[in-house]
Design a protein around this ligand. Structure first.
Ligand code: GLN
Length: 457
């Protein structure tokens, strides 16, 4: 813990961390030492981790990357945080992210961007950018992130680390600052699928009393299939019988050649391990962008109404009346992307537009989920790129929201369907930048995803 806290100080230029509390971290480490001394041997005991600053924490401030929550201190820990703490994990600090997890480059953080350790002139991806940077730069062995439309998978891809977003509802959302509640899901990011499995085993599980959308199913050991050959397969070809579906729409014109090359090389490795590649189709892939950018802002506009300068967050110093106080407080403390999404969200939910936008988006969301079920009749897992390009230069897309939205094309479909998905390092593209292979599974197939990822590592 001491070593990593010092290392984080030496790497402040990467912008990975937003907050530390050295005394709290060291106290947690001491408590873990005592448990070790008492003979306890559990995988996360004494392991230093860091949390995306979207999880509320009692011992550290929580900002969600926003000026709105500057100086906010939660009276409780998020369920994911407390579950990891119960296992003896130590918290090093809180990690940078796009404001309220809205973004895919970390440039929407009110506290400055995080930088990609492979090339600090480039973005690390987002919104869990600080999380990916911390793992890639060896500031923490493993971290938490959240993924609403790709925020674990895309930064994992951009920074060359492994991350998994489980099935919607598998991790409790209690204590996660809400962005789009029907999509938000927590997950781990780490150096390997095996480490992700260890974290996810500790993070996941029912929490019905606190998050009614958490799945009422017992916790699982997500590492149970790691290194095991599939049923009926041999050690030489451990994935024999595994059908990996390649959606035609994920390998078309929209993907950069330097991304496709390492992705195809990783798929060739899977063939050597015994898997068969089959072409499938997710015909509504393109529609995932407009559908997501209606549903997510709609939910965000409702979730963010709590930041009114009264119950939570920043309050303007001067105002004339109550409405003026709301207006000024929200105008001052929300960044431009958050304001844009609140406006889109309130618009698509307003009387007269609801049927044309929100309702239509919900209907197409259902069709996108059905497309996956159709594909899963032909394959066990789905694979493709996590993002259409490698990490871009800081500032390159900063003034172009639509360019940012389009970069989410390969992660949004799985999010809308609530399916588990992960990104693992596939190789390198232009400029020596990392490229991630995305694997998606059917509902609750996390152990199978991690098994397949581990086989390549
Ligand atoms: N990039 C997407 C967005 O801006 C996804 C973000 C996320 O998953 N939190 O909404």
């Amino acid at each position: 813990t001491q070593h990593l806290l010092a290392r984080a100080q030496q790497h402040q230029h990467l912008g990975a961390f937003l907050a530390f509390n050295e005394a709290a971290s060291l106290a947690q480490a001491k408590a873990a030492d005592a448990r070790v001394a008492a003979g306890e041997r559990t995988p996360l005991l004494g392991v230093p981790l860091a949390h995306k600053d979207i999880f509320v924490t009692r011992d550290f401030p929580t900002t969600a990357g926003s000026k709105m929550l500057e100086g906010y201190r939660s009276p409780f820990d998020a369920t994911v945080v407390s579950k990891l703490a119960q296992q003896g994990a130590v918290t090093l600090g809180k990690l940078n992210c796009d404001e309220f997890a809205m973004g895919g480059s970390n440039e929407n953080s009110a506290y400055g961007p995080a930088r990609n350790p492979w090339d600090p002139s480039r973005v690390p991806g987002g919104s869990s950018g600080g999380s990916a940077v911390a793992v890639a730069a060896r500031l923490a062995p493993a971290v938490t992130g959240t993924d609403t439309g790709g925020s674990i998978r895309q930064p994992a891809s951009f920074c060359g680390v492994t991350g998994i977003k489980p099935t919607y509802g598998r991790c409790s959302r209690y204590g996660m600052v809400a962005f789009a509640s029907s999509l938000d899901q927590a997950g781990p990011m780490a150096r390997s699928a095996a480490d992700c499995a260890t974290l996810l085993t500790a993070m996941a599980g029912p929490d019905i009393d606190r998050d009614s959308t958490s799945l009422d199913r017992p916790a699982e050991d997500y590492g149970r299939l790691l290194g095991q050959p599939r049923e009926g397969a041999s050690a030489a070809q451990p994935l024999k019988g595994l059908r990996i579906g390649l959606p035609r729409e994920f390998f078309g014109d929209g993907v950069a050649a330097d991304v496709l090359t390492p992705v195809r090389a990783a798929l060739a490795e899977y063939e050597k391990l015994g898997a068969t590649l089959v072409e499938v189709s997710l015909p509504r892939t393109e529609l995932a962008i407009p559908v997501y950018y209606i549903i997510a802002p709609a939910e965000a506009s409702s979730n963010l109404s709590r930041f009114d300068g009264v119950k939570f967050g920043h309050r303007a110093a001067q105002y004339n009346d109550l409405v003026d106080m709301y207006k000024r407080s929200r105008t001052e403390a929300f960044g431009p992307e958050v304001q844009r999404r609140i406006m889109i969200g309130t618009y698509v939910l307003s009387h007269g537009y609801y049927d044309a936008y929100y309702l239509k988006a919900q209907q197409i969301r259902r069709l996108i989920a059905q497309d996956f079920q159709q594909a899963f009749t032909q394959c066990d897992l789905i694979a493709g790129p996590a993002a259409p390009t490698v990490a871009w230069a800081l500032g390159e897309k900063a003034d172009d929201p639509v360019a940012n939205y389009l970069a989410d094309i390969f992660t949004l479909p799985g999010s809308l369907a609530g399916l588990p998905g992960m990104s693992l390092p596939a190789g390198f593209g232009a400029g020596g930048m990392p490229v991630g292979l995305q694997l998606m599974g059917n509902y609750l197939k996390e152990a199978e995803l991690l098994q397949a990822a581990h086989a390549l590592q």
